[in-house]
Design a protein around this ligand. Structure first.
Ligand code: PMP
Length: 338
């Protein structure tokens, strides 16, 4: 950060109190917490939502993109100007593409066919190269997104694969950022923490910090969509972007820590999308589907929590990137969710 007086084109002495970030990367993290009032009516617990959509790339994934790139550069795994190749449902790709722009790394993103048009356009605007893969292909299928990303990386000299599902810098970003922020913002009074599970980095890293800070007192919950096996149910179609897995029941990413998560709740799609709509219409919070999933889980947790509980739920991204999906009547009707 620098003061506006230090900028070359400003008249000295004008607006001396205004602070300016010297890089977009400095805008990552320190996202606000906002309290719900309408959806929590009648409940004794308070529910706070952490607005990760306020990161510059629009999601919590800016945090892990920054930490994974920083760690790889420090370890010598990512040379200056080398290409970054990753399989991602969108947000991690946007974070990587944003930081790739700032640091001069070309970025190749392998994505699924059902990525929203908005996310695809954002990736293209940051200059990422886009490659489509079959998100439902099994891990040993060459069409599997991670297999496609591995192949592109092998063919690109010096390329680096962040491998967000196996990279310790993913949960570490939340252990060092999201967790301490929630602790500070709640004055250490948080009693329950809820995050939807994609890689599990958010729930595991943040949960670990909060458990350490409270001597294990904070309860940590994962939120899971229908069709994802993380909740113990059968594999099926997943209609919530960026979360869940359709892989077999015994699959857990390295970035998920069983020792931290007390329970995983599965919420059906109708409740997820109803919660997304209510967040927008009653709380004026335009959030993505995985935020609806986390908030719906937090409301369930609130029903069983002791009076006075302070529940924090992560909203991984905002709703603007889903205007053609979660907020479009045609998409909802086609998905049987209207
Ligand atoms: N919601 C969205 C929209 C995401 O993109 C992700 C990350 N894939 C998550 C939730 C889950 O976060 P995590 O990977 O840390 O479990």
């Amino acid at each position: 950060m620098t003061t506006i007086d230090a900028l070359p084109h400003q008249t000295p002495g004008v607006l001396p109190e205004v602070e300016v970030c010297d890089s977009v990367a400095a805008l990552i993290s320190n996202t606000p917490l906002v309290e719900l009032h309408s959806l929590t009516r009648g409940l004794d617990a308070r529910v706070l939502v952490k607005l990760e959509g306020r990161n510059p790339g629009g999601s919590s994934k800016d945090r892990i993109a920054l930490n994974m790139i920083r760690t790889a550069e420090a370890a010598g795994a990512l040379a200056p100007g080398a290409t970054i190749v990753e399989a991602t449902s969108g947000n991690t790709g946007i974070g990587l593409a944003l930081i790739g722009r700032l640091t001069g790394h070309p970025v190749v993103i392998v994505h699924s066919s059902d990525i929203s048009a908005e996310k695809r356009a954002v990736l293209a605007a940051y200059g990422a190269r886009l490659v489509e893969a079959d998100w439902e292909a099994a891990p040993d299928d060459p069409a599997n997104p991670r297999a496609v990303a591995d192949r592109i990386a092998a063919e690109t000299p010096g390329a680096w694969r962040p491998a967000q599902f196996a990279n310790a810098a993913n949960p570490d970003a939340h252990y060092r950022g999201t967790g301490p922020e929630i602790w500070r913002q709640t004055g250490g009074r948080v009693t329950h923490f809820v995050a939807s599970i994609g890689t599990g980095g958010t729930v595991s890293g943040t949960g670990r910090f909060l458990k350490e800070a409270t001597g294990g007192a904070v309860r940590v919950f994962g939120a899971n969509p229908t069709g994802s096996t993380y909740g113990g149910g059968p594999a099926g179609r997943i209609l919530v972007d960026g979360v869940g897995t359709a892989w077999p029941r015994d699959y857990w990413p390295d970035t998920f820590d069983h020792a931290i998560v007390d329970a995983v709740h599965t919420i059906d799609d109708a409740e997820v999308y109803r919660t997304v709509r209510r967040l927008a219409s009653e709380e004026a919070l335009l959030l993505g589907p995985s935020s609806g999933l986390a908030v719906a889980t937090a409301l369930r947790v609130a029903q069983d929590a002791p009076p006075g509980s302070l529940i924090v739920a992560v909203a991984p991204d905002g709703g603007i990137n889903y205007l053609t999906k979660a907020f479009a009547p045609e998409w909802l009707a086609a998905a049987g969710l209207d």
